[in-house]
Every structure is written in structure tokens, then in C-alpha cells.
Write a protein that binds this ligand. Structure first.
Ligand code: BJW
Ligand code: ZN
Length: 236
């Protein structure tokens, strides 16, 4: 089975943690999704940062350490090939903070939940900086000239996702929406499929199990993205 992409189609791809699972990065709500017994909501929130920035940096330092050891998988590569074919007719929006789409060759990736390898001030609006370091002590975490402390450039619960204007504009134009490896548990990302459908797009999902927002999809292809995507996109 190949996804029917026509010459006039504009394809919106939304990826989630599942697309990186075969690279060895744990998903959030899977069996291995806990970190030291904490759910992601407990370490990825402004309240956690206020209460215990040391613990938050330990979590993201561990994530950076793991990130150094992983490589893109056939799912990432298939999406990069699709971009080569479709050019600007493809919009790749990821909830993932890893850089595996870029490392697979995708050129234009919109990270709506931020990037693991960037940090920014927790106080002022100075732009984020590339930062690949892991911090074992809070004393090593740089301070901003304004006196604020560097925090990971990640969108935590209760914070507004990034690039929403650009994302919603692309949703309005899309004719084919494809979500890959995302449980549909986190908003507003989970509402994009329904928004695309209301704008007239056909909507597809790829993952080993049906997402919570199954109702928003015309069709589900059940399986691992590293196996399903190369065949479905005919780039294997
Ligand atoms: C495979 C696979 C394989 C496995 N192949 N697939 C009540 C109702 C509605 C909303 C809310 C509510 N209370 C609060 C909210 C809002 C809140 C929210 O949605 N909470 C829910 C938990 C209820 N959302 C927010 O706070 C967001 N901001 C916001 O709403 O601002 C207000 C606003 C919006 C719009 C305009 C103006 C104002 C911010 C959300 C930030 C999310 N941040 C996180 C953590 C930071 C990133 C990090 O540290 O990495 O982002 S949470 C975490 O979940 C992470 C992910 O990006 C996100 C989504 O998870 P994802 O990707 O779906 O992963 P999983 O683990 O859930 O699913 C993996 C899937 O893969 C599964 O389905 C598997 O089957 C599958 N899979 N192997 C393919 N091989
Ligand atoms: Zn600052």
C-alpha cells in the first residue's frame, strides 16, 4: 500500500515520540516513559523548574547524554526523502525535541515543543543558544547577563507551543495530513488532525496502536513507523 500523494497535494506531517522510539529514545507514555519514577508532567513544568531546577537539569542532562548515542532510523529517513520529492509542498512539524529529523536530512523542521540542544534565559526574552552540555551541578549552569538562569529551550506544560502561527497557516493549506507516533494526549498538537480535516484534508495516522484522537483520522496504518513509512511513502 502506498499513500496516494497527488501533484497538487500539500502534505502536513506531525511527528511524536514514537518516530524516535526505534532509534532508542523512550516515548513519554510507554512502559519505559518514567524517569526515576517521575511522570513527564512532574519534571516538564514551570512549577518543577521553580521548585527544583537541579532536578529539571538532571532530567534534561540525562536526555542530552542519551541523545549523543542515538541515530536516525528508517522512519526519519523516509520523511527526509519525502521532503526531497515534495519540496515546499511538505511541512514537517515535530513535537520531538531531538534532532533526528535534521540528522536524517530533513531541511525544514518546525519544533513546536522546542529543542533539547538549546538553552535560554528563564527570565528575559534573549533568543535561545545552542547548548549541548550536560550539567551535574546547578553551579555550572550559565547565568544570563540579566541575572536569569539558563533553562532548557523546551515547551513545558502550561507554556505556549512555538511557531503556532506558522503551523496553523500550514494546516489551513494542507490537503493531506499525516501523524506519526503520537498518542494524541497532549494539546494543542492533538487538535491539529481535526483542524486539518475541517479544512478539507484527508487525515492518516501511523503507529503501533490507535491514538486517543482516533476519531480525527480517516485511516490508521498500524505498525512501527520505521517499517510502515518507507513502504507507505514508497521511498524504501
Ligand atoms: C510508535 C512506536 C513506533 C511507540 N513507531 N509509533 C486538559 C484538556 C486539554 C488540554 C489540557 C488540559 N490540561 C492541560 C492542558 C494543556 C496541556 C495538555 O495537553 N495536557 C494534557 C496532558 C492533558 N498542554 C499544554 O500545556 C501545552 N501548552 C498549552 O496548551 O498552552 C496553552 C495555549 C495553547 C495554544 C495557544 C495558546 C495557549 C504545552 C504542551 C507541552 C508538552 N511538552 C512535552 C514535554 C516537553 C518536551 C520534552 O521534554 O521532550 O512534550 S510533554 C511530552 O508529550 C512531550 C511530547 O512532545 C508530548 C507529546 O507526546 P507524544 O509525542 O505523543 O508521545 P507519547 O509518549 O504520548 O506517545 C508515543 C506514541 O508513539 C504512542 O502512541 C505509541 O503507540 C507510539 N509508538 N513506538 C511509531 N516504533
Ligand atoms: Zn536574561
Amino acid at each position: 500500500m502506498t499513500l496516494p500523494i497527488r501533484d497538487r497535494d500539500r502534505v502536513f506531517v506531525l511527528t511524536g515520540a514514537g518516530v524516535s522510539a526505534e532509534s532508542g529514545l523512550p516515548t513519554f507514555r510507554g512502559a519505559d516513559g518514567l524517569w526515576r519514577g517521575h511522570r513527564v508532567e512532574e519534571v516538564a513544568s514551570p512549577a518543577a523548574w521553580q521548585r527544583n531546577p537541579q532536578m529539571v537539569w538532571e532530567f534534561y542532562s540525562w536526555r542530552r547524554d542519551v541523545h549523543r548515542t542515538v541515530r536516525p532510523n528508517p522512519g526519519h529517513l523516509a520523511l527526509a526523502r519525502l521532503e526531497e520529492r515534495l519540496g515546499e509542498r511538505m511541512f514537517l512539524c515535530t513535537q520531538n525535541v531531538d534532532s533526528l529529523h535534521e540528522r536524517a536530512g530533513s531541511k525544514r523542521v518546525v519544533h513546536m515543543h522546542g529543542r533539547l540542544l538549546e538553552s535560554r534565559c528563564d527570565c528575559c526574552t534573549r533568543p535561545p543558544l545552542e547548548d549541548t552540555r550536560s550539567y551535574t551541578s546547578l553551579d555550572d549552569v550559565p547565568r544570563c547577563p540579566c541575572g536569569g538562569r539558563w533553562r532548557p529551550n523546551i515547551v513545558w506544560f502550561g507554556e505556549v507551543p512555538m511557531h503556532l502561527d506558522e503551523i496553523l497557516a500550514a494546516i489551513g493549506r494542507t490537503t493531506l495530513f499525516l501523524a506519526v507516533g503520537t498518542s494524541g494526549a497532549v494539546y494543542p498538537a492533538a487538535s491539529l488532525a481535526q483542524a486539518a480535516r475541517q479544512a478539507g484534508a484527508h487525515t492518516f495516522y501511523i503507529g503501533p496502536e490507535e491514538p486517543l484522537n482516533r476519531y480525527a483520522f480517516d485511516e490508521c496504518f498500524l505498525g512501527k513507523s520505521g517499517e510502515v513509512l518507507p513502504e507507505l511513502l514508497d521511498v524504501g
